[in-house]
Every structure is written in structure tokens, then in C-alpha cells.
Design a protein around this ligand. Structure first.
Ligand code: FES
Ligand SMILES: [Fe+2]
Length: 416
């Protein structure tokens, strides 16, 4: 028997204490990565692809991704939204390499095949050849050579798509709890684009999923949060995995009254810098815009994290590039009804997030520390036991229950 085969099979056994352990080989295996893209991104899931307001007029398009597959989100002449694969039906060139714009049709750069806004093939040069030579066969059917069309759902100003014709409806995929939170985060659905951040994280996509389902680290790593009291371990908090660990909710309550209180929690914080202040304290003084004193952040598998930090609202789009690289694309938004003060507040507080954000930069740095170690020690095993070994909902930030929930769901879908 080939020894390398034995070794791989042994490494690929998920450790005992299943939801509470994570084997490091899952962060660096290219074959596993390929299967994850098929199961989670191209499979029976709904993926966020953009905001409807990004493509307001007929012919407006946005380039987006579902996992590693490029797609185009396009406003049709009749106002509907189409999502088509950004891959020419001829020989597979990326059809459009611009991030956004307004067009009448799409023409491939390679041999100039052109497609309408629905993805139907309009025409191609030299269909009948030239000088009596060349050209397509007489029975070439243009109707059979369009772009791949995806199923699309629009809800409250957000656009979702799936490659799977038989996927359940978007609402069933989200579940009631997540659908209600999306409604909260999108209000009347009249969203206004405020801007973008993009960054390339040098890590596997699941390390980012873990990070975004990990309130425990936020109480320690993010000294900006602690110093200005935006998020602390004594904050009233709920960590709720939904639909068997598929999605995850983190809901905290902010209180300006306790933001600078010293107690048992603050004594354990090496990164608390209580003598620091800001020239502009509006950065850390949110307005209670939803009327519930809550900051609710939640993840929708596989590709999106809804962020509410203060009044900074954003959708973080997780775009895996390879087993060791992940693009994170942030879409910051507000509402058409916002007054100027609120819009400026959102933009100012957005400085907490993004690649150089006062808070988010910590995550990028720590994830960059994790990936090379995971790659060099694939047979190592991580423990996720904070708050127990199951994935029940909990009312504390000091828990890894959402990570355990994610891996419970992940293993079920991957058959691991
Ligand atoms: S690859 Fe697009 S026209 Fe040939
Ligand atoms: Fe973080």
C-alpha cells in the first residue's frame, strides 16, 4: 500500500469530540476546497451578489462572485434583475472585466460574441464566414449558446442568486429568524450605497467564517472596542446558531452608561487602554436608530456577514479565491431617507471597519498569523470549547458555540 495514501486517509478523519475540534488540514487541502465550492457556493444555497441600488437604471451592471465563479448582476430593460455567469459561451473568456457600468449588451473581448442583458447570444462575427470560406455550420443554433442564467431573488433591496434550479426559495433557505433580521437591517428596502472596501486576506475562507462567528475574540483582541466600551464581555449578548448551524446571529446591547465602567471584566483585559480618548468621540457614540439599543451582526452561509457596528452598516461578502486566499468585499450602505448628519455618522463610523479599520485590522492581522501555521501543521487539531461542547444558543460573548454550529453543519454537508 502506498504510504502517502495511508497518511492522507488518517489525516482526514475528523477528531473525536466532533463539533468541539477542528482539524487543521481543512484549511490547506486544494481538493477539499474544490468540493467546498461545489457544495456551499455552487450547490443548493443562496448567495448575496449585490444591492439593487447599485444597478439602478436599465443596462446597469455589477460584477460579482459566487465562490470562485464570476457573475454579472444586470438591470434589464423592463426593470427586472438578471444574474448570468460572467463566462463567454464560446471558449470561456471572462466576458466583462469591469466592476460596474452601463451597457446595451455585452461583447466578449476574444472573438466578439455579443449577448443581450438576459444573457442570450445576439450575434457573432463571421457567422457565415468570409469570401465564401469559414463560418459556422448552417445548423448552428444561437439559442443554445447563451450565458448560463442563474435563479435570482430580490428582497428589501438585496439581490441573491443560486446556481441550483431546485434550491428551496430564498425565504426557506434563510429561515424566519434570519429573514426578520435582514428586514431589520434593510428597513424599507430603499438602500443607498455609501462605498466599498476590498481586501485580500491571506487565509482560507473558513478562518474568516470562524472569525465572524466568534464573539469571544472580540472581547480581547479588539482593543478599540474595549477601550471605548462598544463591545465588552459584560454586555448583554445572545449567540444563536440557526437551522442546525447554517447561519449565526450575534446580538449585543449597547449602553453608553456602562461603556467606561471598571469591573471584574475590565480587570482581565490586557489590551484595555482606559486613558485613551478620541478627538472626535462621535466615532464611538452610536445613535439608537432601530429603537432596540441593539447591535445585531449575523452570518448567512456561505457568503455574507451583515454588520451593524454603531451606525455603520455593511455587508461583508466572502469570496474564496483558493484554499489560502479569500477576498473580503465590504459594501457600506445607508438609507435614502437618511439626513446628512446620519449619513456622515455612518461614513465616519465605517472607519472602524475595512482593511485599515480601527477594529477590523486586528482580524486581518491575526488571520494572517493562522494560515501559515495551519498549512505547516495539517495534522494539528484546534479546540473550540469556550462555553461548552455543543452548539446551543447562549447568552454570553464568552462562547464558541457559533463556530461549533458552523462545523456541525459543514461536516453534515461535506460528509466528514
Ligand atoms: S471566448 Fe468569447 S468570443 Fe470567443
Ligand atoms: Fe474581529
Amino acid at each position: 500500500m502506498n504510504t502517502s495514501t495511508v497518511s492522507t486517509a488518517q489525516l482526514r478523519r475528523w477528531p473525536e469530540q466532533r463539533d468541539a475540534r477542528i482539524p487543521a488540514w481543512i484549511y490547506s487541502d486544494p481538493d477539499l476546497f474544490k468540493r467546498e465550492m461545489e457544495v456551499f457556493y455552487e450547490g443548493s444555497t443562496w448567495n448575496f451578489v449585490g444591492l439593487a441600488c447599485e444597478i439602478a437604471e436599465p443596462g446597469a451592471f455589477k460584477r460579482s462572485w459566487i465562490g470562485t465563479r464570476p457573475v454579472l448582476v444586470v438591470r434589464d430593460e423592463d426593470g427586472t434583475i438578471n444574474v448570468v455567469e460572467n463566462r463567454c459561451a464560446h471558449r470561456g473568456s471572462m466576458l466583462c472585466w469591469k466592476n460596474n457600468g452601463v451597457v446595451k449588451d455585452f461583447t466578449c473581448p476574444y472573438h466578439h460574441w455579443s449577448y443581450d442583458l438576459k444573457g442570450n447570444l445576439l450575434g457573432l462575427p463571421f457567422l457565415r464566414g468570409a469570401m465564401g470560406k469559414g463560418g459556422m455550420p448552417r445548423d448552428f443554433a444561437k439559442g443554445e449558446h447563451g450565458l448560463r442564467k442563474l435563479r435570482v431573488a430580490e428582497r428589501k433591496g438585496l439581490v441573491w442568486a443560486t446556481f441550483d434550479e431546485s434550491a428551496p426559495d430564498l425565504e426557506a433557505y434563510l429561515g424566519d429568524e434570519i429573514a426578520a433580521l435582514i428586514d431589520r437591517a434593510t428597513g424599507n428596502g430603499r438602500l443607498k450605497l455609501l462605498g466599498y472596501n476590498r481586501q485580500l486576506l491571506p487565509c482560507n475562507w473558513k478562518l474568516y467564517v470562524e472569525n465572524s462567528r466568534d464573539p469571544y475574540h472580540a472581547t480581547l483582541l479588539h482593543s478599540f472596542f474595549l477601550t471605548f466600551g462598544l463591545l465588552r464581555a459584560d454586555t448583554a449578548f445572545k449567540a444563536v446558531p440557526t437551522l442546525g448551524g447554517r447561519h449565526a446571529i450575534m446580538a449585543s446591547t449597547y449602553s453608553a452608561a456602562t461603556a467606561s465602567e471598571k469591573n471584574e471584566v475590565t480587570q482581565q483585559l490586557a489590551s484595555l487602554k482606559s486613558d485613551f480618548s478620541l478627538q472626535d468621540m462621535d466615532m464611538v457614540r452610536p445613535v439608537d436608530e432601530f429603537g432596540d439599543s441593539s447591535m445585531i451582526n449575523f452570518s448567512v452561509l456561505p457568503s455574507v456577514f451583515f454588520q451593524q457596528h454603531g451606525n455603520s452598516l455593511a455587508i461583508r461578502h466572502v469570496i474564496p479565491k483558493s484554499e489560502s486566499q479569500t477576498e473580503l468585499s465590504w459594501t457600506h450602505y445607508g438609507f435614502e431617507d437618511d439626513d446628512e448628519t446620519m449619513q456622515n455618522r455612518r461614513i465616519k463610523q465605517a472607519n472602524l471597519m475595512g482593511p485599515a479599520g480601527y477594529v477590523a485590522v486586528d482580524d486581518s492581522e491575526v488571520l494572517a498569523l493562522m494560515q501559515p501555521v495551519a498549512q505547516s501543521a495539517p495534522d494539528s487539531v484546534q479546540a473550540v470549547e469556550m462555553g461548552g461542547r455543543d452548539y446551543a444558543p447562549q447568552e454570553t460573548m464568552l462562547t464558541e458555540t457559533l463556530i461549533r454550529g458552523f462545523y456541525h453543519y459543514y461536516r453534515e454537508k461535506m460528509g466528514l
